[in-house]
Each structure stands twice: as structure tokens, then as C-alpha cells.
Ligand binder design. Structure first.
Ligand SMILES: Cc1cc2nc3c(=O)[nH]c(=O)nc-3n(C[C@H](O)[C@H](O)[C@H](O)COP(=O)(O)O)c2cc1C
Length: 362
């Protein structure tokens, strides 16, 4: 099944292996335009049925890290067009992951020095990198966020819609809205971070309101069957606390996305455990709630692990992250049971080709 094609009414993929979104920080922070190095990296990995791009900040203030290529202006869209052309020339398909880091950021990363955008004023107990006095990156705690006003929330929705429009212009086959991993939209979901008493805080419907308004705005630009939403149930990354009612929270969202006829729900298990357990309740609950394609991610390394969840019917596609970093021809290696090269975490976010485009194919 893993190597079988997949299709929905809007999109056809040649296999069921998705390259998971991975931030690699190879752009120039000043313009955040994807360059020839980035194009070459994605071209090498076009054997995936679908590539989901690294997180692409939808505005300058959406940035939370140094040197992340972005998607808020025409120059960035033109750069991504070279990337999608290269992937398409190899027979691949590619989505843009639309990203707002929210409070996981620092004013020094923003051209206008604006404070990180928050669901609330509660800071994240995380670190990011900013340019040091000599220009070299230095690690600093995430900055003090400012709770978004209602007017600013409308601005964020417009930024996602604009980025989605640019994504279509740039030749992407669809978009993924990044609702996971403790970034802005996950911060709104998290009751320990979101202490708002307006329409965007309190009840589950209120805490998911911003995400769903973004989905609706993006769906005005992109065919819903070409839209994915990413969630990380039980995830504690970037200062999230355990959701008090995960088996209510995530299926509730899945039903709302299903009502909107979305093509994809992308589920990332940060601990790489429960998603592999046949008896765990989360994936069946999501499957009942959502009838588009479910993408499962987190610790899938071998064909049998992938086939097991596909056979259970709890997922339709498998997203693989780190093995794609060190194995550009990962699909062919899995198909032929070939050995996998080990990735080097020291250069995940470093500059240049080392640990980026210099992993050979078999
Ligand atoms: C270097 C690196 C960068 C990542 N960047 C992103 C990102 O931009 N957006 C996102 O949703 N997840 C990101 N992730 C998480 C991956 O998409 C994936 O969920 C994770 O690596 C688990 O999959 P794996 O066990 O197959 O590696 C990143 C992971 C790594 C290792």
C-alpha cells in the first residue's frame, strides 16, 4: 500500500510517502527568499509522493527563527516557483506549510522590532537564535509576547490568506496550515497559554476560532481538497501543557475540518509512541470524525511500521521527517529495503550545503 498511488478529487500522488515539513534555515534573513541551494535540496527529495515545505512564515512578525525562507511577498513567491518547477520536473508534488510562530520568537528577528505575537502575554519557556553583535547567531530566550488585539487577529487571518494566494502563484499543489508544535495556532488552542476572555478564548470553539477562520480564508484561495491542517495531539513542545481533554479536543477539530471538506488532516505524534499502538483511541476517533486523507507522522522508519497503520485504516499517508534529511532517495531505499544513512543533527539548522544537499543517493 505504501508504494501505491493516492488520489482525491483534486490531487494525485504517486506514492503514499510524504516528506514531513522541516525547517532548515538556509535562506538569507534579510529577504527570506528561497535560493538555488534550497531548490536543489527539494529537487533531490522529489521522489516523495508529496513534499510539505518547511514552515514558511506568512509575515515578518510571524518569524521565530533566523534564516527561514518565507512566503509573504512576490520575490519570495518567485523563488518558490523555481522550487516547485524543479519538484514537478521530477514528477513530485509539493505543499507550502504556512506558519506563524507567535510567541516562539524574538523582536530582534522582526524588521520593525515588533514584539512576538501572542494568544496572551504569557512568554514561552523556549530559546531561539538572533544575530549577535558580530553577526553570528546567538541563543536567547524567546521574547516577551504581546496578546494580539482583535484587529491584529484580522490581520493574521489576512496574512494566511495572502500567503495561500502566493502559494498558488508559486506553483505549489496545495498548502498546509501549521496548527501544531506550540506555534501561534497551537498557543490559541492551549488553555494554559490562552487566557483571553473574548471570542478567541475560553471554550474549545473559541480557542479553535482563529484556526478555523484561517481555514475559511485560505479556502477562498485554495481548493479545500488541496488544504491540510497539522495538529500535534498530546504534544508538549514549545511550552504546551497537556491538553485536558485530548479525545474531545482533536476529534472536535477534525469534525469541523470535515464539514469544510478539507483534503488532509496531518497528525504528528511528537513522542513517536501512541500513533504506533493499534489499541490507542486517538487515531480511530480522528478517523471517525474526518473523512479526507489522514497523514500520520512520528517515528515511521520502516515499511512494516508504515504498512501497519495504513492496514488499520487509521491513516492514508505517512509523513517521514529525519530519514529524508540524510536519504534524498528515501522512497527508493524503502522500496528496496536498502540501508538508510544516519542524519547529523548538528547541521539541521546550519548554513550551507553541509548536511543539507551533500547526502548522496544510493
Ligand atoms: C530539523 C527539523 C525541522 C523541523 N521543522 C518543522 C517545521 O518547520 N514544521 C513542522 O510542522 N514540523 C517540523 N519538524 C517536525 C517534523 O515535521 C516531523 O514531525 C518530525 O521530524 C517527526 O518525524 P520523524 O520521526 O520521521 O523525523 C521538524 C523536524 C526536524 C527534525
Amino acid at each position: 500500500m505504501l508504494f501505491d498511488s493516492f488520489s482525491n478529487p483534486a490531487l494525485a500522488l504517486r506514492n503514499r510517502i510524504v516528506m514531513a515539513p522541516m525547517t532548515r534555515c538556509r535562506a538569507d534573513h534579510a529577504d527570506a527568499v528561497p535560493n538555488a541551494l534550497i531548490t536543489g535540496y527539494y529537487r533531490q527529495r522529489a521522489g516523495a509522493g508529496l513534499i510539505i515545505s518547511e514552515g514558511l512564515p506568512v509575515s515578518d512578525r510571524a518569524r521565530g527563527y533566523l534564516n527561514t525562507p518565507a512566503l509573504w511577498n512576490e520575490a519570495q513567491a518567485a523563488g518558490w516557483k523555481s522550487v516547485t518547477d524543479a519538484v514537478h520536473a521530477e514528477g513530485g508534488r509539493m505543499f507550502a506549510q504556512l506558519w506563524h510562530c507567535g510567541r516562539v520568537a524574538h523582536a530582534a528577528l522582526h524588521a520593525d522590532g515588533s514584539a512576538p505575537a501572542g494568544a496572551s502575554n504569557k512568554p514561552a519557556a523556549t530559546q531561539t537564535m538572533i544575530p549577535g553583535p558580530d553577526g553570528k547567531p546567538v541563543a536567547v530566550p524567546s521574547g516577551q509576547p504581546q496578546a494580539l488585539s482583535l484587529q491584529e487577529i484580522r490581520g493574521v487571518i489576512a496574512e494566511f490568506a495572502h500567503a495561500a494566494k502566493l502559494a498558488m502563484q508559486a506553483g505549489f499543489d496545495g498548502v498546509e496550515i501549521h496548527g501544531a508544535n506550540g506555534y501561534l495556532l497551537d498557543q490559541f488552542r492551549c488553555p494554559a497559554v490562552n487566557n483571553r476572555n473574548d471570542a478567541y478564548g475560553g471554550s474549545l470553539a473559541n480557542r479553535y476560532r482563529l484556526l478555523l477562520e484561517i481555514v475559511d480564508a485560505v479556502a477562498a484561495e485554495v481548493e479545500p481538497q488541496r488544504i491540510a491542517v497539522r495538529q500535534s495531539p498530546y504534544g508538549l513542545g514549545n511550552g504546551m501543557i497537556a491538553d485536558p481533554e485530548p479525545l474531545k479536543t482533536y476529534p472536535w477539530l477534525a469534525r469541523e475540518l470535515n464539514r469544510r471538506n478539507l483534503g488532509f488532516l496531518h497528525i504528528y505524534c511528537q513522542t513517536a509512541d501512541w500513533i504506533h499502538e493499534a489499541g490507542h483511541s486517538m487515531m480511530p476517533a480522528l478517523r471517525d470524525a474526518f473523512h479526507g486523507a489522514i497523514i500520520a507522522c512520528g517515528g515511521f522508519k520502516t515499511p512494516p511500521a508504515c504498512e501497519a497503520i495504513l492496514a488499520r485504516g487509521h491513516a492514508d499517508l505517512i509523513a517521514i521527517g529525519k530519514p529524508f534529511i540524510s536519504n534524498p532517495d528515501l522512497v527508493e531505499r524503502l522500496r528496496h529495503d536498502a540501508p538508510l544513512a544516519k542524519w547529523n543533527p548538528a547541521v539541521f539548522y546550519a548554513a550551507g550545503a553541509t548536511g543539507y544537499t551533500d547526502y548522496p543517493a544510493l
